[in-house]
Design a protein around this ligand. Structure first.
Ligand SMILES: NC(=O)c1ccc[n+]([C@@H]2O[C@H](COP(=O)([O-])OP(=O)(O)OC[C@H]3O[C@@H](n4cnc5c(N)ncnc54)[C@H](O)[C@@H]3O)[C@@H](O)[C@H]2O)c1
Length: 431
């Protein structure tokens, strides 16, 4: 892209690092900055701190080519891309401290004519109020002297590289000139269609996408609860309803996870209580699904004090990401109610739990099952599809809560198990 040779990527996590590597592959000189020693040490040793194989391969290739370098020190560049986390605080308000500190560290290095892009998911107004204002304090006029944009990322973990390359992209500029420059940058290394708009519309579009998913999943979970009460199978009813050409009900489950869907709706709710009751209720429904599963298990005979096996820590199938996963909610509840537990996951090796609750992770399914009285299927990892009654026979209570509808046949109930499927009546040998 004309006028841009060197790009600074601030924040080298799930979004920033693959983006930096793809820019390097396209021929830019990319300097990645992160505050995490472990990430920088790993990259400086030529390795990739992320496990996704395609990401690791392009990162190692970019490091080897010399087009990608990483350090904890900021440098000057023609363009800056900010990909730092934007979490919520315990009171559900946006915590923008990492964006603020990224801007502060960049400001002395941003010179007239630079293109500055925020990719972090952010409340409406962040690009103008935090990025532009932070850079104005350097004596630069953010509109005249700089091109500042908001360009959200939509990557689907597990398919990160192809999603960065091929997804359409919303490019929101503080000015039309800024949007056109950012559009040209993305066109130079991605083949999805970039659509230009204002920074505020771009910020809102990202929040709207994830809020749409949260509300629709909450609706499916309400349908599941009604089905449980009405003794019908919600999945059968959803299949019937989805034959309507304009209806597409999603699947119920144990709740939602990741750092996007459970977080982003709060950025719209904050300061708009009177307008956003539907959004808040949806958040509460999805966050309480794990409690619903545990309540149903107790109604079916699960006793407090027993040991349970949690099958799956990740929030999505066949991934190693457990951030904000429904399993986190379940573990907190098990702790409150006096259970002990072991959590099996073939991919997750670490969980950052709130409140000091230990996840007790193991990658050995036999160990998890042989130590437990009952099981909760929380993630639809492929490995759980092959579960057989024989595999679970050592469990004393023989209660399996199926939060993902993985166990379909009667062989479990024939073997004396009580199965509690989300969205369907309890199944046991008696009925
Ligand atoms: N991961 C996804 O699938 C995804 C998808 C869409 C949007 N997003 C959004 O993208 C943003 C980044 O998410 P992520 O998943 O890449 O986060 P992440 O936690 O994987 O990585 C962020 C990195 O930023 C670093 N960092 C924090 N403060 C910094 C600072 N001041 N200077 C330099 N580095 C700093 C952290 O050390 C970390 O390595 C978030 O706003 C997130 O909501 C993520």
């Amino acid at each position: 892209m004309p006028g841009v040779k060197k790009i600074i990527v601030v924040g080298l996590g799930y979004v920033g690092l693959p983006t930096a590597a793809l820019l390097a592959r396209a021929g830019y000189d990319v300097h990645g900055v992160d505050i995490d020693d472990k990430i920088i040490d790993c990259l400086q040793n030529g390795d990739c701190p992320l496990g996704e194989p395609e990401v690791a391969s392009i990162v190692c290739e970019a490091l080897e080519s010399g087009h990608l370098q990483a350090s904890k020190t900021m440098e000057t560049g023609d363009a800056f891309i900010i990909c730092v986390p934007t979490p919520i605080r315990p009171d559900k308000t946006a915590d923008l401290r990492m964006v603020e500190s990224a801007v502060k560290s960049m400001a002395p290095f941003v010179t007239k004519g630079a293109l500055v892009i925020l990719e972090s998911t952010s409340p409406i107004g962040t690009t103008r109020n935090v990025i532009a204002d932070g850079l104005r304090q350097q004596g630069l006029d953010p509109v005249e002297d700089l091109d500042i944009c908001y360009c959200p990322e939509r990557v689907f973990p597990g398919k990160t590289v192809s999603e960065i390359l091929h997804n359409d992209r919303v490019v929101g500029g503080l000015t039309p000139r800024a949007a056109e420059r950012a559009k040209a940058l993305y066109e130079s290394f991605c083949d999805g269609t970039p659509v230009t708009t204002s920074a505020e519309s771009a910020e809102y579009s990202k929040l709207m996408e994830n809020t749409f998913r949260d509300v629709n999943i909450a609706l499916a979970n309400v349908f599941a609860r009604i089905a449980e009460e009405a003794s019908v199978d919600v999945q059968e009813v959803i299949n019937l309803a989805n034959r309507h050409p304009r209806v597409q009900v999603l699947s119920p489950g144990p709740g939602v996870g990741g750092h996007c869907i459970p977080v982003d709706p709060w950025f719209l709710i904050e300061g708009r209580d009177a307008l956003t009751g539907l959004l808040r209720t949806s958040r509460e429904i999805n966050d309480s699904q794990a409690e619903r599963l545990l309540d149903r298990a107790e109604e079916a005979g699960l006793s407090r004090g027993t040991k349970v096996a949690i099958l799956g820590a990740a929030y999505r199938a066949d991934l190693d990401d457990a951030r904000e996963s429904p399993t986190e909610h379940l573990l907190s509840l098990l702790s409150e109610r006096g259970y002990s537990w072991v959590t099996h996951d073939p991919y997750v090796t670490h969980m950052h739990m709130h409140g000091g609750v230990e996840p007790n992770l193991t990658a050995d399914l036999d160990v998890a099952i042989s130590e437990a009285d009952a099981a909760f299927i929380m993630t639809d990892h492929a490995v759980y599809r092959g579960l057989s009654p024989e595999k679970l026979l050592k469990m004393k209570s023989r209660i399996v809560v199926d939060g993902r509808r993985m166990l379909h046949d009667r062989s479990f109930t024939d073997a004396g198990f009580t199965i509690i499927p989300v969205g369907a009546p309890v199944m046991s040998a008696k009925g």
